[in-house]
Design a protein around this ligand. Sequence first.
Ligand SMILES: Nc1ncnc2c1ncn2[C@@H]1O[C@H](COP(=O)(O)OP(=O)(O)OP(=O)(O)O)[C@@H](O)[C@H]1O
Ligand SMILES: [Mg+2]
Length: 308
Amino acid sequence: MILTVTLNPAVDKTYRTGELFPGRVNRMRSVDNIPGGKGINVSKILRQYDYEVTATGFLGGYQGKWMEAQLDRLKIRSAFVHVEEETRSSMNIVADNGYVTEILEPGPHISEAHLKEFGASFIRLAEESSLIILSGSAAPGISADIYARLIRSAAAMGKKVILDTSGELLKEGIQAAPAVVKPNRKELEYIIGRRLQDREDVKDAANVLLASGIRMVMISLGDKGLILAREGRCLYARVPRVMAMNTVGCGDSVVASLAMSMTAGIGEEELLQRAAAVSAANATTLESGNVPLKLAEEMMKDIEIMEI
Ligand SMILES: Nc1ncnc2c1ncn2[C@@H]1O[C@H](COP(=O)(O)OP(=O)(O)OP(=O)(O)O)[C@@H](O)[C@H]1O
Ligand SMILES: [Mg+2]
């Protein structure tokens, strides 16, 4: 079983309208609701490939109940800590004139008692998991060292962790040396504290992380490709040109693919090739966390891998 952690899940609401006017009444033509949050997206992709997944984190209120029902329908086991405040919504307003407006709520406040409950539950869940994925941002009230603490308690049980987050959560998390990190270029620049111009720069930055005890660094560069760095080796995957519909969640598909390859014991080249194919295929669909499986398989042969 693979365990995913989503500390601040969201009901992702996509609205469609002609044009959005600030300060006026805006009637939407339609709305779609899907369970969201990075760890949940990763879980959805793993389920598409028939992997057994448990999702944990915090859920609250009616939206939390709705999320659990949706996860149940997707056959994702949910093991969330329940909080009093409502789980957040993330609104994506897509207008016919091409503007996309996002409205992101902060999420429920997490108390010390809830954090304690979560810590204990995490240890039980980690025990029965083969791999742990920590993804996304944290809700208010959670300190920046949360991932570092989870990584350390997983390591004490001999469990591997993949970390995919940003800012201080990532900076602190790295201190605990997770098995794998998956920053995008901006996230890596934040950790290193300087701009990264080319692939050589990215490789040097990856080596800094490897020197701190991380076993594998996967850096995603959007449509510019994907880099895998391990001790003494750095590989680059060029991604094929696709009709990109929605690239939000492409990073989540890289993480899901990585987790599957690690579970199956797949070697570096193929692992990178698969991650590039799955994420490029994900870019072609509107819904994030939905990979067209056949297309991903077909794309495998179009991914060029080179040593850098
Ligand atoms: N336009 C695109 N065409 C082909 N592949 C893409 C495109 N955008 C992203 N990808 C693939 O998805 C991977 C991850 O994308 P990206 O670097 O944007 O992740 P991210 O910034 O972490 O995204 P998110 O956090 O929203 O999931 C890329 O390395 C690439 O393999
Ligand atoms: Mg990302």
